[in-house]
Design a protein. Structure first.
Length: 117
C-alpha cells in the first residue's frame, strides 16, 4: 500500500460514520469522472431517471447521457450541488432536477458553439 493510500485510510478511520459516508460519496463522484468515455456524436443518450436515484448516481447517469461534455468544466458546478445535498441537507430530488437542468444547459451551449468546448 502506498503512503497516500495509508494516509487516506487513517483519515477515514478517524471520521464519524456520517463523514465517512460523505467522503465515500465524494470519492465515488471523483471516480465516476476519472475515465471519460469517448463521445461518438453530439447527441445525448437519454437514460431514464430511477425513482430512488441518489445524487451520485444522477451525476453518473448524466455523465453517460452527455459524454460529449467536458467533465472538467462541470466539476465546480457538480461539486456545488453535491455539497448542497450532503453538507446542507438539500433533498436529492431537488438537487437532481437542478443537475439535469445544468447538464442540459451545458449541452445547449455546446451545440450552439458548433461542438467547440
Amino acid at each position: 500500500m502506498k503512503a497516500a493510500e495509508r494516509k487516506l485510510l487513517e483519515l477515514f478511520r478517524v471520521l464519524p460514520e456520517q463523514e465517512r459516508a460523505t467522503l465515500f460519496q465524494f470519492a465515488e463522484f471523483l471516480a465516476s469522472r476519472a475515465a471519460p468515455p469517448q463521445p461518438e456524436s453530439l447527441e445525448p443518450r437519454p437514460i431514464p431517471r430511477p425513482d430512488d436515484e441518489t445524487v451520485v448516481r444522477a451525476i453518473r447517469r448524466l455523465m453517460e447521457t452527455y459524454p460529449m461534455l467536458d467533465r472538467g468544466k462541470l466539476l465546480h458546478e457538480t461539486s456545488h450541488y453535491m455539497t448542497q445535498h450532503v453538507i446542507h441537507g438539500r433533498p436529492a430530488p431537488e438537487v437532481i432536477a437542478e443537475l439535469e437542468k445544468m447538464f442540459a444547459d451545458h449541452f445547449r451551449r455546446l451545440k450552439e458553439s458548433g461542438g467547440r468546448q
